[in-house]
Design a protein around this ligand. Structure first.
Ligand code: NAI
Length: 392
């Protein structure tokens, strides 16, 4: 169980680029990173595309005025001059800026925590992976819910053979917030999401399905896609060529099959993410709508509902529990868990602790690369008339 006590020798000097006052995701980063008060100190920022608003926001959060910068170029160059300059930066800007900012930060010798989808192409992701390796720097990707303890439980039970041989993986990340186009015109956060120049080659596939795809990789690390078929469409025509709805069928190596439904036009739905893994003897099911429970169904026996924080869980799940059974453990705790793992990875890298790095399970550069690869294969299939394509 985590209690906030320090897990690394000292807090890392941390900055944020993007994630400003009006952003959707900025607060999740800050509450994740600063939750324990022993892993990060927010010491610098370039929070906003509007420099004055970003500076005002930074000062209100307690960042020193002379370390609230106009943009990321200034942040990286000024911090490099300081003996106590930043060690790690979070990039929480719209998708189209991730690659150039990540590259600039790594070239400045700074560890990176970046939003998903990481980049537009897997070639960019491979280039950045090589750059990070050459520089000896960590790149983490914020698949927010992937730090939930019950996903570690799911991973452990599947690895222990408690559902038998995996036959089917059902994935879903849907909501109805884009059922009409009003936000496309008026919401700053939505406008860029339907603009391919900024969002990249997809809307919902990149925006939401990458989360659930990573969760499937987290709980099923040995399952690899062999081929897939993606059907994507835009029910709001102005969003084309980007999709507001997509369905993907998958064939895995070894014979298992899967499907993913990603949608922002699931009108009225507040369900968000769902994963069900069906084995030859039993199934496991988890949803972030009710994240504190993991459904375990053995064929021919009564359903078991496993609760977070209970002593019958695997030690890997209990190790990232924060609040204990009976008390709601959700998105904020999950963000704190992945931020803590980023900090442990960065600290291990700084101290040359390879054993820690080898055993740490967290969304790293490979997880970011795999998300981009997933999007690329989906688009290739969809643009090829929604036909089966080999997974490349
Ligand atoms: P948003 O449009 O709500 O906010 C973007 C923020 O970045 C704003 O504060 C804006 O002023 C700032 N910004 C834009 N360009 C900048 C630049 N060049 N330099 C500094 N600041 C800049 O966008 P939202 O929804 O917060 O998304 C940001 C990123 O986070 C996207 O990549 C998105 O896919 C991802 N995201 C991830 C979530 C998760 O659960 N991990 C949830 C929501 C978004």
């Amino acid at each position: 169980m985590l209690n906030g006590e320090r897990k690394i020798p000292r807090p890392l000097r941390w900055a944020m680029i993007g994630g400003g006052r009006l952003s959707q995701v900025g607060y999740k980063h800050r509450s994740g990173a600063l939750r324990d008060n022993t892993a990060y100190q927010l010491v610098a920022c370039a929070f906003d595309i509007d420099a004055a608003r970003g500076r005002d926001f930074g000062i209100n959060l307690g960042v020193a005025a002379d370390r609230c910068y106009d943009d990321y170029h200034q942040l990286l160059s000024e911090e490099a001059k300081r003996a106590d300059g930043i060690e790690v930066v979070t990039i929480a800007t719209p998708n189209g800026t991730h690659y150039e900012i990540t590259k600039a930060a790594l070239n400045a010798g700074i560890h990176v925590i970046c939003e998903k989808p990481l980049f537009f192409t897997s070639a960019e992701a491979r280039e950045i992976k090589a750059l990070a390796a050459a520089k000896g720097l960590i790149v983490g990707v914020t698949y927010g819910f992937s730090g939930h303890p019950l996903l570690m439980q799911m991973r452990a039970m599947i690895a222990n053979g408690e559902i038998g041989e995996v036959r089917m993986v059902e994935l879903q990340y849907t909501h109805g917030f884009s059922a009409n186009d009003s936000a496309d015109k008026f919401s700053e956060s939505q406008k860029w999401r339907v603009d391919p120049k900024i969002a990249g080659p997809t809307f919902v596939l990149g925006d939401i399905s990458t989360h659930t795809f990573y969760i499937s990789q987290l709980v099923l690390p040995d399952l690899h896609i062999k081929s897939l078929l993606c059907d994507r469409q835009s029910f709001i025509p102005s969003r084309a060529p980007l999709e507001d709805n997509a369905m993907v069928l998958m064939h895995y190596e070894g014979g298992a099959v899967g499907r993913m439904w990603a949608s922002s036009i699931n009108a009225g739905s507040m369900d968000s993410q769902f994963i069900r893994v069906i084995g030859s003897q039993a199934s496991l099911e988890w949803s972030d709508y009710n994240p504190g429970e993991l459904k375990y169904e053995i064929q021919g026996k009564p359903t078991q509902m496993m609760h977070h924080g209970m002593p019958y869980l695997d030690e890997s799940a209990l190790a990232c529990e924060r609040l204990g059974a009976l008390h709601t453990e959700g998105l904020a705790e999950s963000w704190a868990n992945i931020y803590l793992k980023f900090a442990i990875a960065i600290s291990a890298q700084q101290r040359g602790d390879q054993q820690t790095l080898d055993n740490l399970i967290y969304p790293d550069i490979n997880a970011g690369l795999e998300g981009v690869r997933w999007i690329e294969n989906c688009v290739r299939s969809a643009d090829n008339g929604s036909t089966w394509v080999n997974y490349e």
